[in-house]
Design a protein around this ligand. Structure first.
Ligand code: GLN
Length: 494
């Protein structure tokens, strides 16, 4: 069945339409694949009965000639999206066994477009991390990990999503990106990951981390699938006050038109110490590919880039400390009560329910927001955030899109960075600026390093101009001809 699992979503959708196989067959193949690749630890809950019922319904829809855009395609859902009747834990002990009575807007869109839900995917606890190591379920493993060698990080926080799409245990998957959590794991696992413009995808029903930065987006095996899934996930939602009303641009039209005549910005500030040489070379290759395809390269400056990481690590924890106040043992999830006062109950519940990284963020955020430090940290960070956004606004006056590396390194072995939070935070250096500015960003697999590990190039565009980003992504994909497959995928290596 391995060929079935190697089909992209667009190919599988066409084959389902033709009747080459049924959605029930495809779904069973994916459920088997999840079972076969259990050691990658990318699923934290399977929804087998739901999957088979949804697939059967899709088969009926095909038979009746009423198939929707994603009809019968089996997808995985990051365990941060509320799924009605299926556990939603944010991979935290405090929400273990929480079963939401409602469905997130984004996943509702996917189901109404016919997608089939396989299960919930592993991620860092409350999406805080870059290696999926803060999950209460343990880390997802990168399917490119050498057979018999050390397990590599799938990236984070959406490590399970990236690992699963690469390992063929889901055809596509949802993710969320607050500071890079879609793009970095996508780069590590050799798949396409896209963070839309802030406001494109409703945040309603997604466990909140940092509300002014959080965005949902798709993980897919190629750029066409990404566009397909994004168009289903996006849309205005009155239940999210920051949801955008802007219409989606013509993405397929832009991809067909190509990059000829487009201006591509190359920011000098993204050349950093400690970057893999192969990544620098890949970035240069990417520039050459776009030039050959008729784009014009423009050197640009984003002078406040160096402040993005420190600004992010004040604003994100500040918002998190406020968002996570709701987990008090009263309204949601687990409660630890051993006598004593109400305050004792809060304290014990939160001490037992939150892991170290989450507690660290709550402490940093509470500190940054406290009287006496608010102006020096939080307010200052907000002001610098505006400068970072201004840099992009100015750049997009003269360029259509920006090309950068997605990450400073390829996937690293699990365990090596967890002890030192700063080293871990450095992973996000190329991805956080887009979240701070609210603009879309995408990682496309474009090459491998000496060890054969995937590397991604990042494409950024102006707010609500995803069409331009996709046009560049499509060209990068075409020119790169990335053909690596993971050593540990379902159906065996091909
Ligand atoms: N790695 C970043 C962090 O730990 C980003 C996480 C995310 O985008 N959810 O905060």
């Amino acid at each position: 069945m391995s060929h079935l699992l190697d089909l992209t979503a667009v190919q599988a959708r066409a084959a389902l339409e033709k009747g080459d196989f049924t959605s029930v067959e495809l779904t069973k193949a994916y459920l088997d694949a999840a079972e076969q690749t259990k050691d990658l630890n990318n699923y934290v809950a399977m929804s087998e009965d739901k999957a088979l019922a949804m697939a059967a319904k899709s088969d009926e829809n095909y038979a009746a000639g009423k198939a929707s855009a994603l009809e019968g395609l089996p997808i995985g859902v990051k365990d941060l999206f509320a799924t009605q009747g299926v556990t939603t834990t944010a991979c935290s002990a405090i929400l273990k066994n929480f079963v939401p009575p409602y469905e997130s807007t984004v996943t509702s869109h996917l189901w109404s477009d016919g997608a089939v839900m396989l299960g919930k995917l592993n991620c860092d606890e409350f999406a805080m991390g870059s290696a999926n190591e803060t999950s209460v379920f343990g880390p997802a493993v990168n399917p490119y990990s050498p057979v018999g060698g050390a397990d590599l990080a799938a990236g984070g926080s959406s490590g399970g999503s990236a690992s699963s799409v690469a390992a063929r245990s889901s055809i596509m998957a949802t993710g969320t990106d607050t500071g890079g959590s879609i793009r970095q794991p996508a780069a590590f696992c050799g798949v396409v990951g896209m963070k839309p413009t802030y406001g494109r995808c409703s945040r309603w029903g997604i466990v909140a981390f940092a509300s002014s930065l959080d965005q949902a987006g798709p993980f897919t095996r190629d750029v066409d699938d990404s566009a397909l899934m994004f168009q289903s996930m996006a849309g205005h939602d009155p239940k999210d006050s920051t949801s955008a009303t802007q219409e989606l641009p013509d993405i397929s039209g832009a991809m067909a038109a190509g990059v000829k005549g487009m201006k591509i910005g190359i920011p000098s500030e993204y050349q950093m110490d400690g970057m893999d040489e192969t990544i620098i070379k890949l970035w240069q290759d990417g520039q050459a590919w776009l030039k050959d395809a008729g784009a014009e390269l423009v050197e640009i400056s984003l002078p406040h880039t160096k402040y993005a990481l420190p600004v992010y690590y004040i604003i994100a924890p500040a918002e998190a400390s406020s968002n996570l106040a709701r987990y008090d043992g009263v309204r949601y999830g687990n409660r630890i009560e051993e006598g004593g006062s109400l305050d004792d109950m809060y304290e014990m519940t939160r001490a037992a329910g939150f892991g170290d990284e989450v507690q660290r963020r709550i402490l940093i955020g509470t500190y940054a927001l406290s009287a006496g430090y608010y102006d020096a940290y939080y307010l200052k960070a907000q002001k610098v955030r505006r400068l970072i956004r201004n840099d992009f606004d100015e750049a997009f006056q003269s360029v259509d899109a920006i090309l950068t590396p997605a990450t400073p390194t390829a996937a690293f072995p699990l365990g090596v960075k967890q002890a030192d939070p700063i080293t871990m935070y450095l992973n996000d250096v190329f991805t956080v600026p887009a979240n701070l500015a609210g603009i879309p960003g995408m990682s496309v697999p474009a090459g491998v390093n000496k060890e054969g590990l995937p590397l991604g190039l990042q494409i950024l565009s102006g707010a609500f101009a995803e069409d331009k980003m996709y046009a560049v992504a499509k060209e990068i994909e075409r020119s790169a001809g990335f053909a690596a497959t993971p050593s540990r995928k379902a159906g065996g290596a091909s």
